[in-house]
Design a protein around this ligand. Structure first.
Ligand code: GLN
Length: 250
């Protein structure tokens, strides 16, 4: 049985809105294809071996928890950048997404250093951007697919001019409530503000990450078999409907 290795960064600090549910989805969808997902927690003071993982995952968190881990994460920045450059897949949600950029200036004005993977920075404002969110992504070449989730952040993320967003906002705030973009994509790494957890209602995104991880492990991109995602599709439609009912972008 092929084993995929996932490093779960700071699970005891960054895990709000059931973000760890994303790992349960990756593990289950891998198992349904006869694959095993080995999950290893990598936290403060732990070494991150740059060639040991096929997938990196980091969830969201409050400013206080982000401040507790930011210096340690920044020190792991080079290992994270090299791992992703070598094809390791990555999913970073909200607070974790912010800290994979250059820095996050939180509501106290303190600047928390980031890992410097994503070409962006984040500054917390007075407005909290909260609610159901729906975006359209062209992550799968030649296709436009929607991603539905829930956002709750004070951080306003500015992408560098040549940075690639994860998608275009159809309903909700996204990165900054202005640009009309949400998230960031850099090769095999994805950053997003969308909680929920994200992957149960967006199974295609889970499969995209698993394919990248398999490509890293096996050196070739196998086609993952289709799964009967009726429940997942229903969950997506319900979440998308809630976001649309909010009435467009803010
Ligand atoms: N603390 C960050 C912010 O408020 C991230 C919040 C989160 O992860 N939901 O923007």
């Amino acid at each position: 049985m092929t084993e995929l290795r996932l490093a779960h960064l700071y699970p005891e600090y960054l895990n709000i809105y059931a973000d760890r549910g994303n790992i349960a989805v990756l593990a289950t969808r891998a198992a349904w294809r006869g694959l095993e997902l080995a999950v290893e927690a990598v936290s403060v003071g732990d070494e991150l071996r740059r060639d040991a993982y096929d997938l990196l995952y980091v969830g969201g968190g409050q400013d206080r928890e982000q401040a507790l881990i930011a210096p340690d994460l920044a020190a792991k920045g080079e290992a994270i950048r090299e791992a992703v450059a070598a094809g390791t897949a990555a999913l970073a949600v909200c607070g974790g997404y912010q800290l994979l950029g250059r820095f996050y200036r939180d509501r106290s004005g303190a600047e928390q250093p980031g890992a410097g993977l994503f070409p962006l920075h984040t500054v917390a404002g007075d407005r909290r951007m909260i609610g159901d969110c729906l975006i359209e992504s062209d992550l799968v070449a030649g296709e436009r697919r929607t991603v539905a989730g829930f956002e709750n952040h004070a951080g306003t993320t500015r992408l560098d001019p040549d940075a690639r967003p994860l998608g275009r906002v159809l309903a909700g705030f996204g990165n900054d409530g202005e640009s009309g973009f949400e998230g960031c994509r850099l090769g095999t790494a994805i950053g997003t503000y969308l909680h929920g957890p994200l992957l149960p209602r967006n199974p295609w995104l889970a499969d995209w990450l698993l394919e990248r991880a398999l490509e890293h492990r096996l050196g070739e991109a196998p086609e993952l078999g289709e799964l009967p995602d009726d429940l997942e599709r229903e969950a997506h439609l319900v979440a998308a409907g809630r976001a649309r009912s909010r009435g467009g972008r803010f």
